[in-house]
Design a protein around this ligand. Structure first.
Ligand SMILES: *Cc1c(COP(=O)(O)O)cnc(C)c1O
Length: 477
């Protein structure tokens, strides 16, 4: 496909500006650019076609099934977008006086309240811009707490080997040293391994529940107790709340701090880099350290305030506000019972698809899953040389976005499916039929799978090269 700069023709434009009717005020020479910017010059029709063509080359949840595990690519209702596009939300300035933006402050206030209710936490900050940013924020709360208690020695953060890769990265960014513990044979936290690493230097534990292979930590209360007894705090990675939201609450399980991904569970679109939102909720003991500013209610008036021992600002202004508007719209339209129904349907869809495949594919475990399930293609690879990557690429030819592959690391040749609650039984049946067809192909014609995809506009890019040396600028020379 031709790039926009290659399509550019000198003199073409989309501007229909009226003639200038005020005196020109030229910029001072030292701040004016010397050469005109090299912007592409195109008529509006060609520009529209260019972007429409780009859109057709990508796959989003509006195009088809997108069971990308750990990402919760659910359908997001258009009403969320409509609310976030209201001029009273889009046309405000972050430095406007509080009394002129009472409605927007109420949005932040209500979103915090509802998300506290959903998670079983006491207080919340909507400032972090993404899940990993929420992790960093939550960990800084834990650090500030230990420091305030004169226990700065507590720098050890325990992270199970099934954790999302962002967990150890955030912990080390926050100044903790990461101690990994291996999972038990059933994929859950090994309590003895946990006890063995708890000591007076323990800062806390980071945990995902349901964990990354989609199963619920049944000993969760005991896990929290072990960490608390050693003086540590327990962090809940709540990015994947979709299988338990409205059914059980991390706060009730014993967790002290949590981050959520509004751009997963709470129905705001993601992919392509944002914008996201990773609110952090906590119990009362951590609330004094929450980022500034917070929104509080004084009688009938909403106003900004600082927590007494705040860790400071985590982001300019008040977080990604319009993402919060979308999430609040979702919460208000679906309601409490709706959240519970959504989680139950997400779990049902996951187990339905898993059951439709478990007679031929090897599952990472054989119990009820929550929001996602994991297939291991290790046996297929051994028998016929077809890998998880081959299967993922083949799915593209059937109009299905591949599941997450090679994650979690504890499952070899992993394919991780997360169907979400918004998919119909027909879509799940179609996916199961495609996966069965691919399985047969693996044994009858493995070459066809090595050569997949045949219909996608890009075959198999050199992923290492693409990640290490991305070419993001047009070379004009
Ligand atoms: C997606 C995810 C994250 C990171 O969220 P980002 O918004 O991409 O930073 C962290 N933990 C888990 C379990 C996730 O699934």
């Amino acid at each position: 496909m031709e790039l926009i700069f290659e399509k550019s023709k000198a003199g073409r434009s989309c501007n229909l500006l009226p003639p200038c009717d005020v005196e020109k005020a030229p910029l001072a020479a030292e701040i004016a650019r010397q050469k005109a910017p090299r912007l592409p010059q195109m008529a509006e029709i060609d520009l529209t076609r260019h972007y429409s063509a780009l859109e057709r080359r990508s796959h989003g949840v509006n195009n088809g099934f997108y069971p990308l595990g750990s990402c919760t690519m659910k359908y997001n209702s258009k009403i969320n977008e409509a609310m976030a596009a209201l001029p009273n939300f889009t046309d405000i300035h972050p430095l406007q006086p509080e009394n002129t933006v009472q409605g927007s402050l109420e949005v932040l206030y209500l979103a915090e309240k509802y998300l506290c209710e959903v998670t079983g936490m006491d207080e919340m900050s909507l400032q972090p811009a993404a899940g990993a940013h929420g992790e960093l924020t939550g960990l800084l709360l834990i650090k500030a707490y230990h420091q305030a208690n004169g226990q700065d020695n507590r720098r050890k953060m325990i992270i199970p080997d099934s954790a999302h890769g962002t967990n150890p990265a955030s912990a080390s960014m926050a100044g903790f040293s990461v101690v990994n513990i291996d999972s038990a044979a059933d994929g859950r936290v090994d309590l003895d391994a946990l006890r063995a690493v708890c000591d007076e230097n323990l800062a806390g534990l980071m945990l995902t529940n349901p964990n990354t292979i989609g199963i619920f930590e049944k000993d969760i209360e005991q896990i929290c107790q072990i960490v608390h007894q050693a003086g540590g705090l327990v962090y809940y990675d709540g990015a994947n709340l979709n299988g338990i939201v409205g059914l059980s609450r991390p706060g009730d399980m014993g967790f002290d701090v949590i981050h959520l991904n509004l751009h997963k569970t709470f129905s705001t679109p993601h992919g392509g880099g944002g914008p996201g939102s990773g609110p952090v909720g906590c119990k009362k003991i951590l609330a004094p350290f929450l980022p500034s500013p917070r929104v509080i209610k004084n009688g009938e008036t909403f106003t900004f305030a600082d927590a007494p021992q705040t860790i400071g600002r985590m982001k300019a202004f008040y977080g990604n506000f319009l993402v919060v508007v979308k999430a609040l719209t979702y919460l208000l339209t679906i309601g409490g019972q709706g959240l519970t129904d959504a989680a139950e349907m997400a779990v049902l869809n996951t187990n339905y698809l898993m059951k439709k495949l478990d007679d031929i594919y090897d599952m990472a475990h054989h119990e009820i899953s929550k929001h996602e399930f994991v297939i291991s293609c290790e046996r297929i690879k051994k028998e016929v040389g077809v890998t998880a990557l081959d299967i993922a690429k083949a799915l593209l030819d059937y109009g299905i976005h591949p599941p997450t592959i090679y994650f979690p690391l504890i499952v070899h040749e992993a394919l991780m499916f997360e169907p979400t609650e918004t998919e119909s039984i027909e879509t799940l049946d179609h996916c199961a039929a495609v996966m069965r067809e691919i399985y047969e192909l693996a044994y009858s014609n493995p070459e066809a799978l090595h050569a997949a995809p045949q219909k996608a506009c890009i075959g198999r890019p050199d992923e290492v090269e693409a990640a290490r040396n991305p070419r993001l600028r047009y070379n004009f020379e």
